[in-house]
Design a protein around this ligand. Structure first.
Ligand code: PLP
Length: 401
């Protein structure tokens, strides 16, 4: 017998498992609203034009080689990524008190940041939102941190539980790490207002709580790179320290290239240099050095003014299509006279709508309408199109009446 014969079959990942089930369904009307990836009006994955151009430029460059990158990745990519998230005029960049390392997309950046904190930060507790992206608790637990939650979402209003959030962060042990979704909160689509962010910032700084931003959707929420980065920039502007995990999966459509960055903003250049030296000790035994291709694409786009502008237009078009899907779905439910208040569909932002549908309702919609989503009722607006909105609206109408 095999030495592994005692293993039990592990469950499918709750998010990726939705696609597995969808692929098995032979129905021609099936609809996958589980995937956290952009789709065109035709339901197809999208490679941005600007990415194709950058790749062509890389192919044409015969001087390019495929040697290993340094442990910290592509240095130009790191500099440009810090500038993109913090703003070109950021005091932290000007004062050289930031270290940025290329990591394996958002997930890898969170993991490296988590392990660094577990090793070198005095507080080992990280607070994550309730609910949050399903991978967060696993990433930080395996990184060696203790995971606790803070209240975030209010099912009654399908909006922010701001009072609960302030109470829970106010009661956290001084110095605790707090994971903040920079924009387009996953799975709820509910973000604090700028005024609320300012209150969160004041509270966190007064208690010495350490902000760890997860920025997986910069530009994808509002359509503006600067608007979506605003909360992070507020925390950097006060001179305090923070961590930022950036992903280029959604905003540049580079999902499978696994390109992202971890930045740690410090109080001085001297500290930032020592932080970077320790980050290298975290990365080297984990995967040695990051891949070269995706980071090169990003660097080509970010360094060239014309390509950069072209990117912002393509990004805005993706964000706008998602916002338009929100309006269309909301209208379709109104037209059908579907009972209940569905205004959260247009109030929530980013890739997902937290519909408020319960697991039994989700299961009904999958069985009767071949519509696939996570059991918490989260639907990907990016997976919808004008053609499929009526089918979804019919299903929602049927399940609540
Ligand atoms: N953080 C959040 C909130 C996400 O939704 C995602 C992707 O779904 C990620 C991080 C990381 O994604 P990736 O590792 O593909 O960059």
């Amino acid at each position: 017998g095999s030495v592994f014969s005692h293993l039990v079959q592990a469950p499918e990942d709750p998010i990726l498992g939705v696609t597995v089930a969808y692929n098995k369904d032979p129905s021609p009307v099936k609809l996958n609203l589980g995937v956290g990836a952009y789709r065109t009006e035709e339901g197809k994955p999208l490679v941005l034009n600007v990415v194709r151009k950058a790749e062509q430029q890389l192919i044409n460059d015969r001087t390019r080689i495929k040697e290993y990158l340094p442990i910290v990745g592509l240095v130009e990519f790191n500099k440009l990524s810090a500038k993109l998230i913090l703003g070109a005029d950021s005091p932290a960049i000007r004062e050289n008190r930031i270290t940025t390392v290329e990591c394996l997309s958002g997930t890898g950046s969170l993991r490296v940041g988590g392990e660094f904190l577990a090793k070198h930060y005095h507080q080992k507790t990280i607070y994550i939102t309730q609910p949050t992206w399903g991978n967060h608790p696993k990433i930080f637990t395996l990184a060696g941190l203790t995971v606790k939650t803070y209240r975030y979402y209010d099912p009654a209003t399908r909006g922010l539980n701001f009072q609960g959030l302030l109470e829970d962060l106010g009661a956290a042990a001084p110095g605790s790490i707090v994971l903040l979704h920079a924009c387009a909160h996953n799975p709820t689509g509910v973000d604090p207002t700028i005024q609320q962010w300012e209150q969160i910032r004041k509270l966190m700084r007064s208690k010495g709580l350490m902000p760890f931003f997860d920025s997986a959707y910069q530009g994808f929420a509002s359509g503006s790179l600067d608007t979506d980065a605003k909360p992070i920039r507020m925390f950097v502007a006060d001179g305090g320290e923070c961590l930022v995990a950036q992903s280029y999966a959604k905003n540049m459509g580079l999902y499978g290239e696994r390109v992202g960055a971890l930045s740690i903003v410090c109080k001085s250049a001297d500290v930032a240099g020592r932080v970077e030296s320790q980050l290298k000790l975290v990365i080297r035994p984990m995967y040695s050095s990051p891949p070269i291709h995706g980071a090169s694409i990003v660097a080509v786009i970010l360094r060239d003014k014309n390509l950069f502008n072209e990117w912002t237009l393509e990004l805005k078009a993706m964000a706008d299509r998602i916002i338009s899907m929100r309006k269309q779905l909301f209208e379709a439910l109104r037209t059908r006279g579907t009972p209940g208040d569905w205004s959260h569909i247009i109030k929530q932002i980013g890739m997902f709508t937290f519909t408020g549908l319960n697991p039994a309702q989700v299961s009904f919609m999958t069985k009767e309408y071949h519509i696939y989503m996570t059991s918490d009722g989260r639907i990907s607006m990016a997976g919808l199109s004008s053609k499929t909105v009526p089918h979804l609206a019919d299903a929602i109408h049927a399940v609540v009446t």
